[in-house]
Every structure is written in C-alpha cells, then in structure tokens.
Design a protein around this ligand. Structure first.
Ligand SMILES: NC(=O)C1=CN([C@@H]2O[C@H](COP(=O)(O)OP(=O)(O)OC[C@H]3O[C@@H](n4cnc5c(N)ncnc54)[C@H](O)[C@@H]3O)[C@@H](O)[C@H]2O)C=CC1
Ligand SMILES: CC(C)CC(=O)C(=O)O
Ligand SMILES: [Mg+2]
Length: 359
C-alpha cells in the first residue's frame, strides 16, 4: 500500500525517538512492499523558534492532507518564563483540535519481563493490561472562558452531552475488543460536569448490555491503579484526569518511555508517545524509544489497517525486552542500550516477526 505520513518530531527527545519509530516503519515498508511517504514538519518550540508559531498553518494543512500523523513531543522550560502566551504546548493542543481527534487511547500493558521492573510489588503489577480512553478535545484544557492576568488565572471544566456521549461510545467499543469491562472515572461527588458525565455514560451503557460498567471517583482510581491495576480493563475518563492517570499507569509498565497513544475520531489520526520532551535527557541518546515505536504500531493498526504488521512490531519490542535488553530507564538485566541501539534491536527482531505476512 501507499500512505502519506506527516512526521512532527517536535522538541527535546521527540526527534530522537521519532527517528527510531520511522526506522521501524521503513523496515516494514521495505520488507512488505509498501510505500510510506513521510514528510517532516515543524511543531512546538522548534516551530516557535523557526516562525513564531508553535503550529504553523502549513504544518496543520500538511497533516490534514496525510493518512496519519506521527508526533514526538513538544515543550522546553526555556519557554516557561516567555511572556509570549504561545507555548510549544499550545501547538499540540491546536493540532489535536485542528485534526478533530477526541478519543485518546493509551494502553498500559505490563510485559512479564517487566513485572519486576516496577517500584510496586511484582504480584500487584503482574497481569496488568488496561486501556485508558481519555477524552481529548474538551474539558479543562479547552473549555472557555480561560484567561490570565497578574492576579487571576481562569480555566473552565465544562462538558457538553455530545462530547461525553462520543467518548463513552469509543470506550464501550474498545471494551468489546477486550475484556468487556468499562470503569468510568469522574469526580461526580463535587463537579457538575462529572454529574453530566456519569448520567450520559450510564445512558450509553444501555446500548452495550454485554459490557460491564462501574464508576470510580478519580482520587480512588489513582489509588486503585497502584493497588489493584490488573483489575482494570478500559478506564474511561476526561481530558485532565486521563492525562494524569496515564502517567501514573506508566510506572506499572516500567516507565513513562514505554507508553504509546493513538488519538482517533477526527479527520486524520494522531499517534504519539505519552511522555513529554524530557529536556533532561535530550541529545544524549539515552531516551527510551519504545513508546514512540509502539505508537507507530498503533498507527499501522488504526490508520493504515495493517494489523498483522502492527502486531509484528509490538512483538519485536517485547522480544527485545524478553531478551533482557532495554534503555537505562528500564529495570531489565541489560539496561545498556542507547536510543538508536534500542531502535536497531527492535528492527532486527522485526525481520523474523514479519515473515509469513503476505506482501
Ligand atoms: N505530548 C507532549 O508533547 C508532552 C509534552 N510535555 C512537555 O514536556 C516538557 C517536559 O515535561 P516533564 O513534566 O518533564 O515530562 P516528561 O514526560 O518529558 O518527563 C518526565 C520524566 O520522565 C522521563 N522520561 C520521559 N520520557 C522518557 C523516555 N522516552 N525515556 C526515558 N525517560 C523518559 C524524563 O526524563 C522525566 O524524568 C514540558 O515542556 C511539558 O509541557 C509533557 C507531557 C506531554
Ligand atoms: C503537554 C500537554 C499539552 C499534554 C500532555 O501532557 C499529554 O497529552 O499527555
Ligand atoms: Mg501528559
């Protein structure tokens, strides 16, 4: 097949991990007879520096003309004190809005090799396989009014019925392909927006009698993620709660560098690792590229319909882990690989995994 992929490396470790993910996609294209036309585009701090805009119109246009978008990460502390209200992160929020993506899938799977790698006890972590379905287009990160003066900063937590209904459907559909259990996470004991959330989720659940539904307050969920993570299947939650809970869940999987994501439901789907630009690691060839590589696998599955190739790429990542190798953030026996070596190890493991897939 032929596909156009818009590649937005971004800032910090973004370009380093995206390079390894692209190398894996190249290998899949070469061995499978596919053509992936990749176009690199500026976003975030890199775009602010180059043209004063963290999401240039030309970047969004090229993304909208592509079959999928692969992004690294944006942000750097040097913009924190910048009086310019445009931050690198503004570019990412505008990209998500511009693509119209509202369903952010963040799988957190604990590979058996890494069950002992969590700071939590192995018997708690083992068997964890959850999918956080995070609402991505509304809530506290987008709703108006929002303002900032020297005396007051304002953001608004608001959800409309249609926004809750569509993300709830995405969660129930995801659950149907998994273990058929949705835990909806809100703060309905305090927040009106959460009361609407809970009402609408219950209404949507009536269309999915084959899927079990329960509800948790977000504070209790934060505790349950580290006390009984293996009990979760799909966690359905809002924009900010999902952002926070997914970083928490990453600890179960071996670290923030492990988690991929797919953002669906819009004109073009967006794929990015869950982590940020990690300025503390940038330029040292030490960042973990597995989250970015697993995001490329989600791209193959969700945007290009190449499910067998996606599974092969995921298996190749886990082959490397099962051999005891990984980057230095992972508690594996040989945590000595640099970013580029980790990518190359995955590509080597990919070749046998791709055999047998018809070109
Ligand atoms: N999607 C995005 O582009 C995101 C951007 N950010 C931005 O990134 C910048 C840094 O934010 P932080 O709060 O430090 O979050 P971060 O996710 O960049 O880093 C948090 C911690 O995890 C580690 N880490 C992150 N990715 C890693 C990887 N691939 N391999 C190994 N270790 C990894 C970092 O070294 C750091 O100790 C900020 O400007 C923030 O706004 C933060 C989160 C998401
Ligand atoms: C940097 C923010 C815009 C978002 C974030 O932390 C995330 O989506 O995980
Ligand atoms: Mg985040």
């Amino acid at each position: 097949m032929k596909a156009r992929i818009a590649v937005l490396p971004g800032d910090g470790i973004g370009p380093e991990v995206v390079r390894e993910a692209l190398g894996c996609l190249d290998r899949i294209a070469d061995l499978g007879g596919h053509t992936f036309v990749c176009q690199a585009l500026p976003v975030g701090g890199a775009a602010l520096d180059a043209c004063g805009d963290p999401l240039p119109a030309s970047t969004l246009e090229a993304c909208l003309a592509s079959d999928a978008v692969l992004l690294g990460a944006v942000g750097h502390p040097r913009f924190d004190a910048n009086p310019n209200p445009l931050k690198p992160e503004t570019g990412l929020l505008r990209l998500r809005a511009g693509l119209g993506v509202y369903a952010n899938l963040r799988p957190a799977f604990v590979h058996p090799m890494l069950a002992g790698a969590s700071p939590l006890r192995e018997e708690i972590v083992r068997g964890t396989d959850m999918m956080i379905v995070r609402e991505l287009a509304g809530g506290l990160y987008f709703a108006e009014p929002r303002s900032l003066t020297a005396e007051r900063g304002v953001n608004t937590l608001a959800y409309a019925r249609f926004e809750v209904e569509r993300i709830a459907r995405a969660a129930f559909e995801a659950a149907r392909g998994r273990r058929r259990r949705v835990t909806s996470v809100d703060k309905a004991n305090v927040l009106e927006s959460s009361q609407l959330w809970r009402t609408v989720v219950k209404e949507v659940a009536a269309d999915y009698p084959d899927v079990a539904l329960d509800h948790l307050y977000v504070d209790a969920c934060a505790m349950a993620i580290v006390t009984r993570p293996a009990s979760f299947d799909v966690i359905l939650t809002d924009n900010m709660f999902g952002d926070i809970l997914s970083d928490e869940a990453s600890v179960l999987t071996g670290g923030l560098g492990m988690l991929p994501s797919a953002s669906l439901g819009g004109a073009v789907a967006l794929f990015e690792p869950v982590h940020g630009s990690a300025p503390d690691l940038a330029g040292q060839d030490v960042a973990n590229p597995f989250g970015a590589i697993l995001s490329a696998a989600m791209l193959l599955r969700h945007a290009l319909g190449l499910a067998a190739e996606a599974a092969a790429l995921e298996a190749a990542v886990y082959d490397v882990l099962a051999s005891g190798r990984g980057t230095r953030d992972l508690a594996v026996p040989r945590a000595t690989l640099g970013t580029a070596e980790a990518g190359e190890a995955v590509r080597a493991a990919l070749v046998p995994r791709l055999q047998g897939i018809p070109a």
